[in-house]
Design a protein around this ligand. Structure first.
Ligand SMILES: [Zn+2]
Length: 173
């Protein structure tokens, strides 16, 4: 049977075989000039893994939306960072032809700077003025989720070289 043509690009992905990782999902052209790249930062393999918890999703959203924009290489090119409703990952949108290697390197810089978080106080913007639900967060399980994701992007040797060897050692435990 012919499958319906999808107008949402993520619906064209076979989620039964999708693994954790960083994927370029689509490129949107705005006014035929500005190319916006939509990246799938998949933290959990759909169906194979339990999804992230709501506290983890919210915590990662706050930290990544803030710190990725401060990154010296890709920060000025970040358009948005948003959680997936299915809680298996996040969408990162960029402009200026940022590539996957640059995003991967930026993630290592942010990880090195921010993780592991120690308490609620490390979660930027988590207050009643700046956030709609500041009681929703997680510390230990967010550290675990981020380390797990980074292990998908970095081998042990690459992690050591990037200064994030703790993703394999889990020194905070
Ligand atoms: Zn919030």
């Amino acid at each position: 049977m012919e499958s319906k043509k999808s107008v949402v690009s993520s619906f064209d992905v076979d989620h039964l075989t999708l693994k954790e990782g960083l994927y370029l999902r689509s490129v949107y052209k705005i006014n035929d000039t500005l190319a916006v790249h939509s990246w799938d930062m998949r933290f959990r393999a759909p169906m194979a893994h339990a999804p992230l918890g709501s506290g983890e999703v919210h915590t990662i959203e706050h930290l990544m939306a803030y710190y990725l924009r401060l990154d010296p290489v890709i920060g000025a090119s970040v358009v948005s960072f948003c959680p997936m409703g299915c809680k298996t990952g996040f969408y990162l949108s960029t402009m200026n032809n940022v590539d996957a290697a640059q995003i991967r390197a930026a993630l290592a810089r942010v990880y090195k700077q921010v993780f592991p978080i120690k308490s609620k106080d490390d979660i930027v913007g988590l207050n009643e003025v700046q956030c709609g639900n500041p009681g929703l967060y997680a510390v230990a399980s967010t550290n675990e989720a981020m380390a797990h994701y980074m292990r998908c992007l970095y081998t042990r040797e690459e992690a050591e070289a990037a200064g994030i060897g703790s993703i394999y050692n889990c020194e905070w435990q």
